[in-house]
Design a protein around this ligand. Structure first.
Ligand code: COA
Length: 160
């Protein structure tokens, strides 16, 4: 059975992430969407909220599991019997960082393979930070995130 891992911060999940989730779920038997508990980034959404938003946005995908992890990605992958990491490439600027990470993960765990899916051009300029910035000034993010994510992000900034 091929188990793949799509890791990220997902704070919050965007249409760009969902595009990668949908496409990678077709390539593996089970896709684990792995949310990093990242102490280096201050998050807007709690882990529970991020899980819920991904669950709500990916209801129609049958073979995904949403999990959280901290520490090294390869250790988490090993624990889950996964040897395939999936990452999205938005632009050439993503490449250097992704290349380093893939090489490091391979070094840490020789069986670990990384595959890159090219992000749909419609989402190539998207990031979770950009969504948060637009929403923080009351701008509409409906074109970039699922409805539930847009709603919850705006609520956060309205202090609801
Ligand atoms: N569409 C839209 N936006 C996308 C995207 C896509 N397809 N892919 C990535 N992004 C955005 C994210 O929203 C995020 O935006 P933000 O910085 O504004 O929050 C940004 O690109 C970075 O993406 P993300 O997937 O969240 O990556 P990350 O750099 O935070 O996390 C991990 C990457 C989790 C894979 C990595 O940090 C990790 O493995 N950490 C564990 C420690 C480890 O094992 N390190 C060893 C490897 S060196």
């Amino acid at each position: 059975m091929q188990i793949g891992i799509y890791p990220g911060s997902f704070d919050p999940v965007t249409n760009g992430h969902i595009d990668i989730i949908k496409r990678s779920a077709k390539l593996v038997d089970v896709l684990i969407v792995a949310i990093l508990q990242n102490n280096k980034k201050t998050s807007l959404f709690t882990m529970e909220e991020r899980i819920k938003l991904i669950e709500e946005s990916c209801k129609d995908i049958e073979n995904i599991q949403i999990e959280t992890f901290s520490g090294l990605l390869v250790d988490f992958a090993k624990e889950k019997n996964a040897n395939l990491i999936i990452r999205g490439l938005r632009a050439l600027t993503d490449f250097e960082y992704e290349f380093q990470m893939a090489q490091m993960n391979k070094h840490l765990h020789n069986d670990m393979e990384t595959i890159f899916l090219v992000t749909d051009v419609k989402y190539s300029f998207l990031s979770s930070s950009a969504i948060k910035e637009v929403a923080s000034f009351g701008g509409s993010v409906c074109d970039f995130v699922p409805e539930i994510v847009a709603e919850k992000t705006l609520e956060k900034y309205k202090g609801e």
